[in-house]
Write a protein of this length. Structure first.
Length: 427
C-alpha cells in the first residue's frame, strides 16, 4: 500500500494532478472501467446537480429513502470538517480504513493516469458503494454536470435544483451555457426533475433532444406553504398537510417539492409512501445551511457563497430578526462574485470580521476589505483576521447576548468554525 493513513493519501492527492479542477470524463471513466470492468451497478442511482440546494436535496433524498427501509449511499462535496463526510452509507460516514483501501485500488488501477482530488473521491465513493451494495446511491455533482466525474455512471433519476451564475470560468457566463452543462446529467427516456420554476431554454431543448422525461416546478408540480405545514400536488397526485422540513430556510420547500416529485417517478423501482415522506421530512439534517446554534449570542452558519444563495440567506435573516446587532464572520474564494455578494448583504450586517481562508483560492482580507468599502460599508465596522477561528473568537468576544453571529461565504470558513466550536465544546 502506498500510504497507511487517510491524511497521507489526501495530502498526496492534493499535489498529484496539475490542475485543481479539470473537467472531463475520459481519464476518470477509463479508471472506473478498469476497476469495474463494465459490470452492472448493484444499486439504483440518483444524480443531483444545480447551483444551490444540492446538499440539502441529497439529505432529503437520503432521509426519505432511509425511512422507506432502503439502504442508502450518499456522495457529497465538499466536506465541512472531516473528509469522511463525503461518503455516507446507511446514514453513517465511512471510516478511514475502507477509504484507504479504495484509494489503494484506484491507485493500482489508474497506472500512469493522473487524477484530481475530486476524481479520487468520486471513484472511491463508487468503489465503496459497489462493495457494500446498498439499494440506492445518491450522487452530488461537484461542478456543472456534463463533464463532472459522477457523470460516468447513468442515473435512474436526474434532479436539478437551481441554475444561477457561479463557476463562470468553467461553466460559462450565461444561464443558457450553465443550464446546458447541468443538463448533461440527463439520460434518454429517464426522468429528470427541475426544482426551479425558471429554467434556461438550453436545458429544455436538451431534454427534448435526448427524449428525457422532463418535469418542471410550477408546471408539472407545485406546492403551497402554511404556518406549520405545506401541500404538494401534481396533475395526478395531491399531498396535504405535509410536515415542514426540519432543515431551516423557506427555500427548503422548493428542494423538498422536487425531491418528492423525483421519488414518485421511481415508483416502479423504489417504493416510497406518505408515511416515509413525513418521517424523512421530520428527520432530515445537514450542517451549514442556515444552521442555528442556540445560545447567547445565537450563532448562524451558512455556506452561501454566490449571489443567489446569499439572496436566500438575506431573506432568511429578515424572517428571523434579532433585537441586537448582526456580526458577520466572512471570507470567500477569489474566483467568486464577491462584489455582488457584499452588495446584497451589506445592509444586513452591523460589524464585519474578515477571515483569510488559508487556501490558495481564498481572497485576501485586504482585498475583501476594499470591496466592502467600495460597497459603502463603514471602514470602522470592518476588521481583518488571519484565520476563521480568530475572526469568530473576536466576534464572540464583542457580541452582546441579544446579538447574533453569522458565519458565511465559504464551505471552508464554515467548516473551520464548526470544527473549532466542536473542539471547544469537548474540552
Amino acid at each position: 500500500m502506498r500510504f497507511r493513513t487517510l491524511g497521507e493519501w489526501l495530502l498526496w492527492q492534493e499535489g498529484l494532478h496539475p490542475k485543481k479542477i479539470d473537467l472531463g470524463l475520459e481519464r476518470v471513466a477509463l479508471v472506473w472501467q478498469r476497476l469495474y470492468a463494465g459490470k452492472r451497478l448493484p444499486f439504483r442511482v440518483i444524480t443531483v446537480a444545480g447551483t444551490n440546494g444540492k446538499g440539502s436535496s441529497v439529505a432529503l433524498l437520503e432521509a426519505i429513502l432511509s425511512a422507506s427501509g432502503y439502504r442508502v449511499g450518499c456522495f457529497t462535496s465538499p466536506h465541512l470538517v472531516r473528509y469522511n463526510e463525503r461518503i455516507r452509507l446507511d446514514g453513517r460516514e465511512v471510516e478511514d480504513a475502507p477509504l484507504c483501501a479504495a484509494f489503494e485500488q484506484i491507485d493500482q488501477a489508474r497506472g500512469s493516469i493522473s487524477l484530481s482530488y475530486f476524481e479520487f473521491s468520486a471513484l472511491a465513493a463508487l468503489q465503496i458503494f459497489s462493495m457494500a451494495k446498498p439499494d440506492v446511491v445518491v450522487l452530488e455533482v461537484g461542478l456543472g454536470g456534463r463533464l463532472d466525474a459522477v457523470n460516468i455512471v447513468d442515473p435512474d433519476l436526474a434532479l436539478i435544483t437551481t441554475i444561477a451564475l457561479d463557476h463562470t470560468d468553467w461553466l460559462g457566463n450565461t444561464l443558457d451555457q450553465i443550464g446546458k452543462e447541468k443538463a448533461g446529467i440527463m439520460r434518454s427516456h429517464k426522468p429528470v426533475v427541475c426544482a426551479s420554476p425558471a429554467v434556461p431554454d438550453s436545458l429544455i431543448a436538451h431534454a427534448r433532444k435526448i427524449e428525457a422525461e422532463l418535469h418542471l416546478a410550477g408546471t408539472d408540480f407545485t406546492y403551497r406553504q402554511y404556518a406549520d405545514s405545506w401541500d404538494w400536488w401534481s396533475p395526478v397526485e395531491h399531498m396535504e398537510h405535509l410536515p415542514l422540513p426540519a432543515l431551516q430556510g423557506e427555500y427548503q420547500l422548493q428542494n423538498a417539492a422536487a425531491v418528492i416529485m423525483g421519488l414518485l417517478q421511481l415508483r416502479s423501482l423504489l417504493q416510497v409512501d406518505r408515511t416515509a415522506i413525513d418521517q424523512g421530512l421530520k428527520a432530515v439534517r445537514i450542517s451549514g445551511r442556515f444552521q442555528r446554534l442556540q445560545g447567547a449570542p445565537v450563532i448562524l452558519l451558512d455556506v452561501a457563497h454566490n449571489p443567489e444563495a446569499v439572496g436566500v440567506l438575506v431573506h432568511n435573516l429578515q424572517r428571523t430578526p434579532c433585537t441586537g446587532q448582526t456580526r458577520a464572520v466572512f471570507g470567500m474564494m477569489a474566483d467568486k462574485d464577491v462584489a455582488s455578494v457584499v452588495t446584497i448583504m451589506a445592509d444586513q450586517v452591523n460589524s464585519w470580521y474578515l477571515a483569510d481562508l488559508g487556501v490558495s483560492r481564498g481572497m485576501p482580507t485586504k482585498k475583501l476589505r476594499e470591496i466592502l468599502l467600495a460597497a459603502g460599508v463603514d471602514g470602522t465596522a470592518v476588521e481583518c483576521y488571519p484565520t476563521a477561528v480568530e475572526a469568530f473568537e473576536q466576534a464572540k468576544e464583542s457580541a452582546l447576548a441579544n446579538d447574533r453571529i453569522l458565519i458565511f461565504g465559504s464551505f471552508c470558513l464554515v467548516g473551520d468554525t464548526l470544527a473549532h466550536i466542536g473542539a471547544a465544546s469537548r474540552k
